[in-house]
Design a protein around this ligand. Structure first.
Ligand SMILES: [Ca+2]
Length: 244
């Protein structure tokens, strides 16, 4: 066997060995979301009874950002790299986080809203975002203007205010500005498997309006009704549950 052939075999072995290294096991976290009302699946335009009022929700959207996962030996923080615009239709964001420590998912956290850095981006940056970017211009606007930035949460619909069972007044709950950004940390203590691990989050509008008489508190654009916006914000962590 000549030197050339030996060298070739040596290189081949090195190549095969490095290929093996590339196949390290990872656990990916796929983020699934669904919206419900008092445990019933949500359909836009349908009517529900919430705290005794007939309510119709037409638009339900919010931003999730700052996704962070921890195991005993690893923390992965997506920071501003990934935002999810949760909308009416159930959706899954695959591979939101990739962990090389395939053990137990101790904590999973994110905030509702967008970071101050994103919220104060300049106009050119905002306008240059591609259509598929959750932070780009949307048909149902999720951005107010350069002073106030994004709507972190947007819920629109109608409510029955006179008790005849027929909706008659618009409702709008639009939360934004840094004071409305709220972090949530879950402690799933979940055994991870190699490959896909789906975390399903359920956003229950019945729980979101806990303690809120919708027919008497129909509208907040944050600045014009701060106490109502704060009340909705403070209900978010209990309304957004890790279902599985
Ligand atoms: Ca009515």
């Amino acid at each position: 066997m000549n030197i050339l052939r030996l060298s070739f075999i040596a290189l081949l072995l090195i190549f095969l060995a490095s290929c093996g290294d590339d196949e390290e096991s990872t656990a990916t976290l796929d983020i699934a979301t669904q919206i419900s009302v008092n445990g019933d699946s949500f359909t836009p335009g349908n009517q529900y009874t919430v705290n005794g009022d007939v309510v119709q929700f037409d638009i339900v959207k919010f931003y999730m950002g700052g996704l962070t996962a921890t195991t005993s030996s690893e923390t992965v923080d997506r920071g501003d790299d990934l935002y999810i615009l949760v909308e009416e239709s159930n959706a899954t964001t695959p591979n939101a986080i990739s962990l090389s420590d395939v053990s137990t998912l101790n904590t999973f956290s994110f905030f509702i809203g967008v970071s101050p850095e994103i919220n104060t981006q300049d106009e050119a940056t905002y306008l240059s975002r591609p259509e598929e970017d959750p932070l780009s211009i949307k048909d149902v606007p999720m951005h107010w203007n350069w002073n106030t930035g994004y709507r972190f949460v947007r819920i629109d619909g109608q409510v029955d205010t006179d008790g005849d069972g027929v909706v008659d007044a618009p409702i709008a709950y639009h939360l934004g500005t840094e004071a409305m950004r709220i972090g949530i940390t879950y402690s799933p203590e979940r055994a991870l498997v190699e490959g896909s691990n789906t975390l399903l989050f359920d956003f229950d509008l019945g729980l979101l309006f806990t303690g809120i008489d919708i027919s008497e508190n129909t509208t907040t654009h944050t600045g014009n009704n701060l106490p109502l916006a704060q009340q909705v914000r403070d209900n978010i962590p209990s309304a957004l549950r890790l279902a599985q």
